[in-house]
Design a protein around this ligand. Sequence first.
Ligand code: DLL
Length: 430
Amino acid sequence: MFDPDAETMPREALTALQTARLKQTLERVYANVPHYRKKFDAAGVGPADFKSLSDIVRFPFTVKTDLRDNYPFGMFAVPREQLLRLHASSGTTGKPTVVGYTKGDLDTWADLMARCFACAGALPGDIVHNAYGYGLFTGGLGAHYGAERLGCTVVPISGGGTERQVTLINDFKASVLCATPSYALNIAEIARKMGVDLAQSSLRIGLFGAEPWSDAMRRDLEARLGLKAVDVYGLSEIMGPGVACECHGVQSGLHGWEDHFLFETIDPETMQPLPLGSTGELVITTLTKEAQPMIRYRTRDITRLSKQPCACGRTHVRILRVTGRNDDMLIIRGVNVYPSQVEAVLVGFPGIAPHYQIVLTREGALDAMTVEVELAPGFAGDRFGKAEEVTHHIKSMIGVTCKVVVKAEGEVPRSQGKAVRVIDRRNKAS
Ligand code: DLL
């Protein structure tokens, strides 16, 4: 269900479409959402000031706390009765953030997620084993309706019960696996313990996302599961999964669907727009959302944009792999580190399994990092020697000095959804 009209639109046509849709969106939020009217008025801008796409920089940003401050329903541009669905973040740090969808929004979401499945190489008739969590998290239902829209057979298994996941993948002959990359790894590992070689199974495509992952992890998952691992990106505030997806042929950057979203990158410190290609924080404006349009939403995700033509023929901007979130960046003795960089060193390291957690502690005035890793199954060598080797590699590859603790097999917690990569013990005695 590759839609050439939408996905290969020439740049001029995309710009014209974005401009018209953004103008309408600005008018609608100004008229219907008091929060936006107040913010626009305070910044001295209004919908009439928007004439071309470059004028977007005059409009204020939206941040997660705006959603929390307007909890639960204050950000909606339509009466609550017109919403068909609500989703929400888990709210571990304060009130949850609530997102709502009209019938039109659910339709667009299913269309865009179907576009992602097709872009990833899925075909009508494929059996989609959907291990993203169902519930308030957008992953499960988002992937579910997208796969159905494409004409696939969906197995709505959700996360957890990993042995049963392995059995059903085998029995139903699933061809597409949807999961977070960390849970996909967990599934692969349990399969191995059950004596099932998923590399020889019917799986053809993995649609993995919802958390940062490295290319090293991609290669590892491809080998363990015998599939092509494709990156899919999204966030609840903007829609859920399906905002951008890699194409299976090139696997180099995620096509961000510009007929529905406007993508910018900014310097998170100065909040100034960055030129195309510079690394910074991704900012997204929705162009077609009815219930909850977002104007210049600061995602906190760090990435780069590229408008280089892709060999697949799609013209939409490419979002290069999201390396991590601004909030996840660790500063260890002056060196900036993302957990996914540590992952890239660990995956494929001889004698080490690709499971890890980073523990942060305080040593005097400085933050210290301990990387907890695990011995690969069957590795009988010296654990302390391994720890030294890994420490050395992290130092030489990332430039950061850390302590490495090598644990026994199974001692690093496994994920069933988004993996917890960082344990912060800085405020506790350590
Ligand atoms: O994680 C939506 C989703 C579900 C995307 C399933 C892909 C697959 P949230 O729970 O709101 O929504 O979390 C969004 O997760 O801002 C990123 O920090 C991170 N994230 C999502 N996809 C990727 C990815 C869903 N492919 C937050 N690479 C985002 C890196 C990702 N980080």
